[in-house]
Design a protein around this ligand. Structure first.
Ligand SMILES: Nc1ncnc2c1ncn2[C@@H]1O[C@H](COP(=O)(O)OP(=O)(O)OP(=O)(O)O)[C@@H](O)[C@H]1O
Ligand SMILES: [Mg+2]
Length: 291
């Protein structure tokens, strides 16, 4: 069932706490043989320890580019990008990433346990502790009976659970997820959302979650960051204040949820129509010619 009740997001940490992530004046220009393309322009974002933040925006806005920059997977063109106070200049040790394409993110020749164990080996965690963490993580995502199976013996939703287990076993300070549930069915998606919320609450890491699903962004987060079209920057940073524990049925049926969903939806629509700042007073939908 998907109706267990992961906690509602906690209050913001005290202001003196160092941010996990500090981005200021971030610019990313792709350069290739066919010229250059500015994907990110002057983007600012600060994330406090333990926050759960969703990033939404039009397709092609630059969400994946932003995550790849934070993950140190490609150089930035200008600006400040600090993880726990240190400028990112390569993949940081305290970070884990879960991508949409579970099929490509797990090694098919390794068992579930071996896949989860691999980053811990690279982190040089001693063998006995490694075993324990792998077992705990696999148990936490509900795959205790599948530890010795290979990814290709599992369903899509189960494979994505393995990717989540691998990320949490690593005990990252920052967990980034790029549309992690886009390829699973609605029921599995709801279960995985609650799984991530439960792990977030238990383990206290910070989450940056990219999604196209506006309801999902409101359901999961404490803040929803809406990006403009490229070159992208932050159009709005919407606090999600929902009372009570999250419940797939009850939370989504509340008037507060509906109001927040409308606000995020309208902001994303404005972004799609080219808004670069708010308030936006242009049209919210494109005019469709009647033929
Ligand atoms: N390697 C690259 N070289 C040149 N341009 C790129 C490269 N990767 C991405 N882009 C461009 O940068 C822009 C942002 O791409 P990105 O993949 O970050 O968008 P996105 O917001 O993740 O989109 P989606 O929601 O569809 O996943 C797009 O216009 C894309 O074409
Ligand atoms: Mg993307």
């Amino acid at each position: 069932m998907t109706q267990q009740t992961p906690a509602s997001p906690q209050a913001q940490p005290p202001a003196h706490q160092q941010p996990v992530l500090e981005i200021a004046g971030l610019r990313k220009v792709y350069t290739g043989r066919r010229g250059s393309f500015e994907a990110i322009a002057d983007l600012a974002l600060t994330v406090a320890p333990g926050e759960f933040i969703s990033v939404v925006g039009p397709s092609g806005a630059g969400k994946t580019t932003l995550l790849r920059c934070i993950a140190g997977l490609m150089p930035i063109t200008a600006g400040t990008l600090k993880l726990e106070g240190r400028q990112v200049d390569g993949p940081p040790a305290d970070m884990a990433v879960v991508l949409q394409e579970y099929g490509r993110s797990l090694f098919p020749w390794m068992t579930v346990a071996q896949n989860v164990e691999l980053p811990l080996k690279e982190k040089k965690v001693p063998k006995a502790l490694r075993r324990q963490k792998v077992e705990e993580a696999i148990e936490a995502v509900g795959l205790a009976g599948s530890a010795d199976k290979h990814p290709w013996e599992l369903s899509g939703g189960m494979q994505q659970r393995v990717a989540i287990a691998r990320a949490v076993a690593y005990e990252p300070k920052l967990l980034m997820m790029d549309e992690p549930f886009a390829a699973v069915d609605a029921q599995t998606r709801a279960e995985l959302e609650d799984l991530v919320l439960r792990l977030w609450r238990q383990l206290g890491f910070t989450v940056l979650f990219v999604t196209h699903d506006i309801d999902e962004s409101v359901y999961l987060s404490q803040r929803v960051v809406v990006l403009t079209t490229s070159p992208t920057q932050v159009l709005d940073d919407i606090p999600i204040e929902l009372t009570g524990p999250r419940s797939q049925l009850k939370t989504r049926a509340t008037p507060e949820f509906a109001a927040l969903r409308t606000r995020v939806y309208e902001t994303v629509q404005a972004a799609k129509m080219g808004a670069r700042s708010l308030p936006y007073d242009g049209p919210l939908t494109a005019t469709v010619p009647v033929v």
